[in-house]
Design a protein around this ligand. Structure first.
Ligand SMILES: Nc1ncnc2c1ncn2[C@@H]1O[C@H](COP(=O)(O)OP(=O)(O)OP(=O)(O)O)[C@@H](O)[C@H]1O
Ligand SMILES: [Mg+2]
Length: 391
């Protein structure tokens, strides 16, 4: 996108010393007083006022934060270029201006610096003051609520399938115990040794089914929480994966050593991260890329919401690989049990990892495209959250 950042001289951000200095002469004194109101700069809703050429003449602080630019850089630019699909928005804004009709659009993508995107709901209200036509834009960032909705849907679906599996597992395990016991008794009664082969098959298959069912139900032991250094976890996983991959994959460690200890179950955390790293390794095994690599990266993220809890700081652990990416046909279901893209996969690695991280009040997210697949594990750092999110 080519967004003009240059015309700082036309800028004015009302309500601050600097802004007032940069302000062009407002149309009249009343307008200046109105825009100079702390009410606007303190609003959590992002507000932008456009002139008839779609150039911003005012941005409040919330709009600066949402767009990740300072008012002085935006004023004088064409605001339409902030939209990922500028042509459609230009038509709508033009219509609002000529018809004097307000409109609202939902889930619209805006472009941020560094080609990042954010999703917003926004309302445009045409205004005509002192013979001048303007457009008032109110914007609300939706990424956070989108993420929370997605996470909630996943959590509910996981709970539902887990309950179903638990019920089914119970029904399978009971008769299985009977079958196994009866086969053992039968085997003791059998005099012909060659017939033992058949009872052995029954016993072995019953054991295999029981193991599968146990794996499906997930870990039965409760989490034992104690202070854990996240890098103990990543180091152990790196060593295991390195040994399994036998030098075919480079493990790159990008740690933030300042991350404090977490309250966690070391074993369960290793299991969860190992499942992610193994998936990365298996994806790389089947890829033709030359420099196969897995990055283990740790970072602190401030003010992050998991479920309904807003945390002051969380630890983010990324497992990134440069393999072919998660295939499109399963990408929205990979955290569900028995979903696998591999012929020999059982589709349990990710659901087990997700429930282990849930036990810690955390969450796993995935972003994938060919050449870059990133699984991010978020774990709360402090036990005391900052409060309940109001979503
Ligand atoms: N890093 C990755 N790159 C590409 N695809 C992945 C990656 N991680 C997971 N997947 C896809 O998600 C599917 C589900 O993963 P999951 O770990 O739950 O099961 P699995 O690996 O198939 O079997 P299991 O882990 O039980 O042995 C995988 O089969 C694979 O298709
Ligand atoms: Mg797996």
């Amino acid at each position: 996108m080519s967004r003009s950042d240059s015309s700082g001289d036309k800028a004015y951000k009302i309500g601050t010393e600097t802004g007032a200095k940069n302000a062009p002469a407002p149309a009249n004194r009343d307008e200046a007083l109105l825009l100079d109101h702390p009410l606007l700069s303190n609003l959590k809703t992002a507000i932008v006022l456009l002139d008839a050429q779609y150039q911003p003449i005012y941005l409040n602080n919330a709009a600066e934060n949402l767009l990740e630019v300072s008012a002085s850089r935006v004023i004088g630019s064409n605001f339409v270029e902030f939209f990922a699909q500028p042509d459609n928005r230009h038509t709508l804004l033009k219509q609002a201006l000529t018809d004097k009709h307000p409109y609202t659009e939902r889930m619209v993508k805006l472009l941020l610096p560094d080609n990042r995107e954010t999703t917003i709901d926004y309302t445009v209200t045409p205004m005509a003051e002192a013979g001048r036509s303007t457009l008032l834009i109110e914007m609300q960032a939706m990424d956070r609520s989108l993420r929370i909705d997605r996470e909630r849907a996943l959590h509910t679906a996981n709970e539902t399938s887990r309950n179903l599996i638990r019920g089914l597992a119970h029904e399978i395990k009971n008769p299985l115990g009977g079958i196994r016991g009866a086969s053992q008794l039968l085997s003791q009664e059998l005099e012909r040794a060659d017939l033992h082969e058949y009872t052995d098959i029954i016993i072995n298959e019953a054991d295999r089914l029981r193991q599968l069912v146990d794996k499906l139900i997930g870990p039965s032991t409760p989490a034992i929480l104690a202070p854990v250094n996240i890098h103990e976890v990543t180091e152990r996983v790196a060593a295991l994966v390195q040994a399994e991959a036998g030098g075919a994959v480079d493990i790159i460690k990008e740690y933030d050593p300042s991350i404090p200890e977490l309250n966690g179950d070391r074993g369960k955390l290793i299991q969860a991260v190992l499942n992610l790293a193994r998936n990365a390794m298996q994806a790389l095994e089947n890829s033709s890329v030359d420099n196969k690599q897995i990055i283990l990266r740790t970072r602190i993220v401030n003010h992050f919401t998991i479920g309904n809890t807003q945390h002051r700081a969380v630890c983010r652990l990324d497992v990134i690989d440069n393999g072919p990416g998660v295939s499109d046909d399963i990408s929205d279901r990979i955290f569900f049990p028995m979903i696998s893209g591999r012929a020999e996969g059982s589709g349990l690695g990710l659901p087990i990892a997700q429930s282990a991280i849930h036990l810690h009040g955390g969450l796993i997210e995935c972003e994938s495209e060919p050449g870059c697949t990133q699984f991010s594990v978020y774990l709360p750092i402090r036990s005391e959250p900052t409060g309940q999110a109001n979503h």
